[in-house]
Design a protein. Structure first.
Length: 94
């Protein structure tokens, strides 16, 4: 009974900030759209990307993010893994 209670608590806990469900697809994403943007002091541009909803892709437009000193933004992308495509979420790297 004690182990069951611990499992229920872990399952009920909210995901960590920035954590997202893994997106995979057996359909290749469309070509990335070209977005126009202007540089903004104190911000970086996070380009848009294709999001898979389980049956089709839809475009998520790019956005400005507050700059983080000593870090750079790595854009969302899709990597081919065998016959499937796996989404790699955008993230900050130092």
């Amino acid at each position: 009974m004690g182990a069951l209670a611990v499992t229920a608590i872990v399952m009920a806990a909210p995901p960590a900030p920035g954590a997202a469900a893994q997106m995979t697809s057996d359909v290749a994403p469309p070509a990335v759209r070209v977005e126009r943007y202007l540089p903004r002091e104190g911000y970086v541009w996070a380009p848009g990307y294709w999001e898979w909803n389980g049956s089709s892709y839809h475009w998520v437009s790019g956005t400005y993010l507050l700059e983080r000193r000593g870090a750079h933004w790595v854009a969302d992308r899709w990597d081919q893994v065998g016959t499937h495509w796996q989404h790699v979420a955008g993230h900050w790297e130092r």
